[in-house]
Design a protein. Structure first.
Lengths: 148, 367
């Protein structure tokens, strides 16, 4: 079984190296501030061998977005879930320079959820066409006027 | 006098047989050599993630059939696992075994299609394809027996499967499992050492292991690069921890290895189905689940080893009968991350071989 590493333990380790990055942790995930996300991700990749980015998911919680990073280590078969809250107009740091696998997933989120990733090499719509209005996976999106 | 030359951009697709659907590549050539390649997605985008938010948990199952339509059983499987994790539902033993049998038959059928289409792309026009279809047809007959469908099965339910197997299913399955290793031998005899196949695939589009891991590649493509990572082994779900099977890995990560790994996986799947048949317990095939399922607030991620790689569903519940967020971790899409890097420096015909060896289903790529 892939062993999920204890989020509170991981939060402590991160806190020792990058102060003020972690905001909270629960039984599943470590919550980090969006500005510190890149540093935390790099720390985890280098120190815990989390070399495989399984998935990135964005969820719209009306007042804010939650971006979930599922990280796995193929060598040690353990995993960590990182969560970040991001404001409606906030930009997220891109992790493509750490994991190339983030490339199309971040474009997917940008297209459908409308979260921009700074530092992404090719951030543009992936499924919908240029000129499409809005981002359909947002809860406040309505199809009226969306057709170009 | 120096000849003035310039690179030429060619639009490859979206309507092209070797793209297996509607997929476009903007390829720039210097003479015959590819110097730039940009995949263009979205021609089959139906917004399934958004549609699912307006359906109840049970109503979403047929939508998952329409993601990777060559492996609908696997999609059903991953989705119901995610819902069961979210709502903490127990599944009867017999249903667990039936799911594994269906998922492994699906893997064989999907790999047959992948290998057949791959050889079609290489120019072995339809002969290998028809050999593969001969066996795939038998699997589809088996599926038709259990659920009445041949492509979009909608067989799995939250808490089990829709029907128990009919009486004639097990004898037919037994016959198929006995025949299949012989057929795989036949494919090897026909294809594995064919000189043209070797010339077209050996050393073409090499994906090193570290790069494959960094780019989140999964499934046969990752294993072809020599990474022994199979979710059935690494993070066993359902009853996979009770079976004995091997994880074949490639040596070089080239186009040939990606073909070879799929052939080996068919052998292993046959082996798993055989064991599951012998261990198949009697009993219920579905546990009691409320007609309107309202999972508690929270989220769940379940992933399986689908024929194309790590297929995952991330569900968020707000305690209503409909998923608040329904996200698909689509292996076909993520495996295309490295398409450009694999194709640079090769010629157009090689790019088609490389794309064929990645084995994409556009309905899953675009969702």
């Amino acid at each position: 079984m892939t062993e999920p590493l204890s989020p509170s333990e991981i939060a402590k380790q991160i806190g020792e190296h990058i102060p003020d990055a972690v905001t909270d942790s629960d039984e599943n995930a470590v919550f980090v501030r969006s500005e510190a996300l890149f540093d935390v991700a790099r720390f985890l990749k280098q120190n815990l061998d989390l070399d495989y980015l399984s998935a990135i998911t964005a969820v719209d919680f009306l007042e804010h977005f939650e971006v979930v990073y599922q990280l796995t280590s193929i060598e040690h078969n353990h995993s960590v879930v990182l969560k970040t809250r991001c404001g409606k107009d906030e930009k997220m740091p891109s992790v493509v320079s750490l994991w190339q696998g983030a490339d199309l997933q971040e474009r997917d989120i940008f297209d459908l959820m409308g979260i921009a990733f700074s530092g992404h090499p090719n951030l543009k719509r992936i499924f919908l066409w240029d000129g499409f209005k809005g981002h359909p996976l947002r809860k406040d999106w309505s199809k009226d006027g969306a057709q170009d | 006098m120096a000849l003035k030359t310039e690179p030429v951009m060619i639009n490859f697709g979206p309507q092209h047989p070797s793209t297996h659907g509607v997929f476009r590549m903007r390829v720039t050539f210097d003479g015959e050599v590819i110097v730039e390649l940009e995949p263009v997605f979205g021609y089959l985008h139906r917004g399934i993630e958004k549609l699912a938010e307006a359906k109840t948990y049970t109503q979403v199952i047929p939508y998952t059939d329409r993601l990777d339509y060559l492996a609908s059983m696997s999609n059903n499987f991953a989705y119901v696992l995610a819902v069961e994790k979210l709502a903490e539902i127990e599944v009867p033993e017999r249903a667990q075994y039936l799911r594994v049998i269906m998922a492994e038959l699906m893997r064989i059928a999907s790999h047959l299609m992948a290998v057949g289409a791959f050889f079609n792309d290489l120019g072995a026009f339809f002969t290998p394809f028809m050999y593969m279809f001969r066996e795939r047809e038998k699997i589809l007959d088996l599926f038709e027996m259990v659920c009445g469908q041949r492509l979009t099965y909608n067989y799995m339910r939250i808490g089990g499967v829709s029907h128990d197997i009919p009486e004639r299913f097990l004898p037919a399955l037994m016959r198929f499992i006995d025949e299949m290793p012989g057929f795989i031998e036949e494919y090897d005899w026909l294809l594995a050492e064919n000189e043209i196949v070797l010339a077209r695939t050996k050393g073409v589009g090499v994906l090193p292991a570290d790069k494959a891991i960094n780019a989140s590649i999964s499934g046969p493509m990752l294993r072809a690069s020599g990474v022994k990572w199979d979710i059935r082994r690494a993070d066993p779900y359902s009853v996979y921890d009770r079976f004995d099977f091997e994880t074949p890995v490639g040596l070089r990560g080239d186009t040939y290895d990606r073909y070879w790994v799929r052939i080996q996986e068919m052998r292993q799947s046959t082996h798993i189905v055989k064991q599951a048949m012998q261990q198949l317990p009697a009993g219920e095939v579905r546990s009691k689940v409320p007609a309107t399922l309202r999972p508690p607030k929270g989220e769940a991620y379940a992933h399986i080893e689908s024929p194309r790689g790590e297929l995952g569903f991330y569900l968020v519940s707000d305690n209503s009968p409909r998923p608040y967020r329904f996200k698909v971790r689509a292996p076909s899409l993520i495996n295309l991350t490295v398409l450009r890097d694999l194709c640079l420096g090769w010629k157009l015909a090689d790019a088609i071989a490389i794309l064929g060896s990645i084995d994409i289903v556009l309905a899953e790529v675009d969702r």
